[in-house]
Design a protein around this ligand. Structure first.
Ligand code: UDP
Ligand code: MG
Length: 333
């Protein structure tokens, strides 16, 4: 990763005297933004710590970037990182972590589904020595039973087959110490399934339960195809179990084939029955052809992943970084 940038802010580096960074990815949240700042201020001001809000504009098209840029001209707590286009939440978070300069870094959504009132509690846990404070959803208000049900099933599956345990019902809402963020910076993969990466780094972790709020305004950016993609991403990034599964399936079908062949030979020799069975032959061929194509497709998925990793493209591109009294820069990371 690139270390320095024109306006003197280093990436992945602590800023002197800065205690807390709050990293917030923003994509088309224009309605939310006027609600967000006062809420954060009511929680953060009484704490009497130095803090910054690292807002990452992930290529919003509804004027969110403009609103934030205007605010960055006078709000000294705001550090605005604008990406060159929409790269997705995972990339936006990666960018936010790179520019966060605090000793403790909290990641939260812009839609107030992650309640800011919990921030003092998270800081408390960090002061008591936790490097990661992850927030576990006790309930998910405002989400359909189908979403809850599919999320539950997904986590069970993922944990069964992946090498690291990715806790169920914890989203991206969490606190990371500077040490943990620096550890994250060493994970250079392009496909960033954040929840998996957070779990992968380990470190002393404290879990706090909370009730997840419904979205305060606007709409969720996730639809089912998007969630399915994320789920598949999670599985293939953290496990090669599907590949192993196809091998097991291959061994089992081969065994069945051998047994079946033995049975036919025995039947012909002992009972003298003529070899027959054109329909069963066809069904076996189509079945096995299908299994083979699925296996090749799955293999292709992993090969394709390697292909994208091998290109070494940056995870995101920065359009500019805006901060009161500081200039703009064009930077790749
Ligand atoms: N987000 C983003 N880029 C995207 C999609 C979403 O930065 O491409 C941000 C969004 O602005 C919000 C957070 O990610 O702050 C969570 O998004 P959302 O509320 O739509 O997801 P959900 O809470 O439904 O999982
Ligand atoms: Mg949300």
């Amino acid at each position: 990763m690139n270390a320095m940038q024109e306006n003197g802010t280093s990436l992945f580096q602590a800023e002197k005297g800065l205690t807390l960074s709050i990293v917030i990815p923003v994509y088309n949240e224009r309605q939310m933004l006027p609600l967000l700042f006062p809420q954060l201020a009511t929680i953060l001001e009484p704490l009497q710590i130095s803090y910054e809000l690292v807002m990452v504009d992930d290529g919003s098209r509804d004027g969110s970037g403009h609103f934030l840029a205007e605010r960055a001209t006078w709000d000294e707590h705001l550090k605005l990182v604008r990406l060159s286009r929409n790269f997705g939440k995972e990339a936006a978070l990666t960018a936010g972590l790179a520019y966060a300069g605090g000793q403790a870094i909290i990641i939260m959504d812009a839609d107030l589904q992650d309640p800011p009132v919990l921030i003092p509690q998270m800081l408390q846990a960090w002061r008591e020595g936790a490097d990661v404070v992850s927030m576990k959803r006790r309930s998910r208000a405002g989400e359909s039973w189908f979403k809850k049900f599919s999320a539950h099933g997904f986590y069970r599956l993922l944990n069964r087959i992946s090498e690291v345990e990715i806790p169920e019902d914890t989203g991206d809402f969490r606190l990371l110490s500077r040490k943990a963020v620096n550890a994250m910076s060493q994970l250079g993969e392009r496909n960033r399934y954040m929840k998996g990466l957070f779990a992968w780094i380990g470190m002393p972790t404290k879990v706090i339960d909370y009730d997840r709020m419904p979205r305060a305004a606007g709409t969720s950016k996730w639809d089912y195809p998007g969630l399915m993609k994320l789920a598949f991403e999670g599985i293939t990034s953290f496990s090669v179990a599907p590949l192993r599964l196809t091998m097991v399936a291959g061994i089992l079908t081969a065994l069945a084939g051998i047994l079946f062949a033995l049975w036919i030979v025995a039947k012909t020799m002992v009972l003298g029955e003529p070899v027959q069975g054109y329909p069963s032959l066809i069904s076996m061929i189509t079945f096995l052809g299908g299994v083979q194509l699925i296996s090749i497709g799955l293999l292709g998925e992993y090969v394709g992943k390697t292909y994208f990793e091998a290109k070494q493209r940056p995870v995101y591109l920065i359009r500019d970084v805006l901060r009161k009294n500081q200039g703009q820069a064009w930077e790749t990371v």
